[in-house]
Design a protein around this ligand. Sequence first.
Ligand code: KG4
Ligand code: ZN
Length: 337
Amino acid sequence: MPVLGIETSCDETGVALYDAHRGLLAHVLHSQTTIHADYGGVVPELASRDHVRRLVPLVRQTLRDAGAAAGDVEGIAYTAGPGLIGALLVGASVARSLAWAWRVPAVAVHHLEGHLLAPLLEAAAPEFPFLALLVSGGHTLLAEVAELGRYRILGESQDDAAGEAFDKTAKLLGLGYPGGPALARLAERGDSTRFQFPRPMTDRPGLDFSFSGLKTYTMNVLRDTQGTGQDRADVARAFEDAVADTLVIKCRRALRLTGMKRLVAAGGVSANRTIRQRLRDLAAEENAQVYFPRPEFCTDNGAMIALAGCLRLQAGQSDPPLICARARWPLTELTPP
Ligand code: KG4
Ligand code: ZN
């Protein structure tokens, strides 16, 4: 069953064609970072307008790349939330219109379910159940994933998401938007022994996170330096180490608490090389397996939405033909198809 996936929840337009038997047939992505860079963050109205311009040509390109015709598509999956409402409505409108024109079913996909299932795009895919660490620009959470659509939140961020903390700290370091990958590059030549940053909320029980304090800590440490290139690299390194350590401590706790032996890491921040290595080390120590999507499927993309939608369509789900989207949509409201 070839399923067209459409992702427009924030600042990337992602389209993909995924087939349950043949796997991923094609995927394309248009990133809007140059549009928003001057503003230091995503401007919702500009995001919506760019999705309008890009989406239909990207659908055509995806079909062309896959050597497929419109008539080959048997279902459509689109991100219906959470995200920027205007941006989501562009994807929902196009997806619903295509489904109506092509007379195929369509399903509304939860963006975070897409992220959590992204490792299933890989050859070494995890089986249910598993423990999932989702670290993106908008969310940070640990969840027990019993099966498709059954998620129990074990812990989440009380303030900034991990990606948001990376982006805000990168801004303090004078790096452009989005700052996560730039901060990671700077950290590579930093000295890990010079500064010791706190590991927030690790000294008390529980699996919640808090990252906003790290940003303030960074600001104070940076103020006491000359602000040279090496100073900034050392600060970036200390920040990255603190985030990585904090995530590892909470994941270790969650593995032990649940007795799970499979850990999935997904979302933009899981593309971070230091964090990936630290989670691999953790898995080895805890006799567990860790699964990641390839880095390009850690950040927003159409492939994860096509896959999540394909699983739901295959299980018989088909949502009523209404164009709707939800800016807020708790993951725990989902049910199995
Ligand atoms: O999952 P995603 O594409 O969007 C949301 O759903 O939020 O995540 C984007 C976030 C941004 O905050 C970005 O700075 C961060 O992921 N990010 C990284 C890296 N690559 C992306 N953070 C740290 N290191 C990276 N290599
Ligand atoms: Zn995302």
